[in-house]
Design a protein around this ligand. Structure first.
Ligand SMILES: Nc1ncnc2c1ncn2[C@@H]1O[C@H](COP(=O)(O)OP(=O)(O)OP(=O)(O)O)[C@@H](O)[C@H]1O
Ligand SMILES: [Mg+2]
Length: 277
């Protein structure tokens, strides 16, 4: 089209690119996690799956980021490496400036315990154990004394709105409540970052907004969050949205219109409220 009259194009940076550069300059954000040319190849039965094909990204302190992408695009693979649950095939990973790429399994476990809190789609709670004991468990591994464990777990459960439910078992709690137990468990060791893989994937829309509200509150208190989601509605609650296609980051944008869960929840009817006891 217009091949003969084609002028030399002036390429302006896209709006979101300038914004993100300006953001970095203005607030001099501190890098929390950084990966360089990260690759992950799974080998199975002689077949190689290139799950990550050279990912470069930085996550900053106090940031709330979401990662989006279709099924199989490499989101969980990236998150497992960020969470020190798995190692890359090649590339480097830095946590607060320290290169952990060549850490042993034991060293990674130590970093994981000290710096990272996990929240998963399926809650991953122990079913025969109370909410309180589920929250206390990672602190057992971290060597926190029993009385301190109890105090912290009670406070964490209260902070996610579960005061009075401490002795309930997972099957006595709703999905949203179970996810809140998982969040309480994730925050007990005061992690630098929470990694959440589809945390609202099994929840109704009301409970999803409640969970996003808890994450927003934790983020305001200073915890960094990296959250995987399939749902664009959920990504709207986060400050930055990264998209992955086929093991590569294809877009990384600031969200200028972050939805506030505390406001959005007012527009939704709490499920079950129409039924009288
Ligand atoms: N342990 C594994 N062994 C072999 N292949 C794997 C393994 N884990 C993931 N894969 C493959 O790597 C690719 C990326 O998988 P990954 O789980 O990271 O995707 P995802 O984006 O999290 O998808 P979903 O949205 O379905 O959770 C997929 O093709 C998957 O089949
Ligand atoms: Mg996944």
């Amino acid at each position: 089209m217009g091949g003969l009259t084609k002028k030399k194009e002036v390429v302006l940076p896209k709006k979101e690119e300038t914004q993100s550069v300006n953001d970095k300059l203005q607030s001099k954000k501190e890098v929390l996690l950084q990966v360089k040319d990260l690759k992950k190849i799974y080998k199975m039965d002689g077949v190689s799956v290139h799950a990550l094909r050279g990912v470069n990204v930085e996550f900053y302190k106090h940031e709330f980021t979401s990662i989006m992408g279709t099924s199989g695009s490499g989101k969980s693979t990236l998150m497992n490496i960020l969470g020190c649950l798995d190692k890359p095939t090649s590339g480097n990973y830095y946590i607060e400036g320290e290169d952990v790429s060549n850490f042993s399994k034991d060293q990674l476990a130590l970093v994981r315990n000290r710096k990272i809190g996990f929240v998963f789609q399926g809650f991953n709670l122990l079913s025969r154990t109370s909410a309180l004991e589920n929250v206390e468990l990672p602190m057992v591994y971290a060597g926190v004394p029993a009385s301190e464990r109890h105090r912290r777990a009670m406070a964490a459960l209260e902070s996610v709105g579960l005061k009075g439910r401490e002795n309930h078992h997972p099957n006595q709690l709703s999905g949203g409540q179970q996810q809140r137990v998982a969040i309480a468990r994730a925050i007990c060791n005061t992690p630098s970052v929470i990694l959440a893989d589809e945390p609202t994937g099994n929840l109704d829309s009301y409970s999803s907004i409640e969970i996003m509200g808890i994450f927003q509150r934790l983020n305001q208190q200073g915890i960094s969050i990296v959250l995987i989601t399939h749902e664009p509605d959920i990504a709207e609650y986060t400050q930055r949205v990264i998209k992955i296609v086929d093991g590569q980051i294809v877009s990384d944008k600031r969200n200028d219109k972050v939805l506030l869960a505390s406001e959005e929840i007012k527009k939704h009817k709490k499920p079950g409220t129409e039924i009288e006891d």
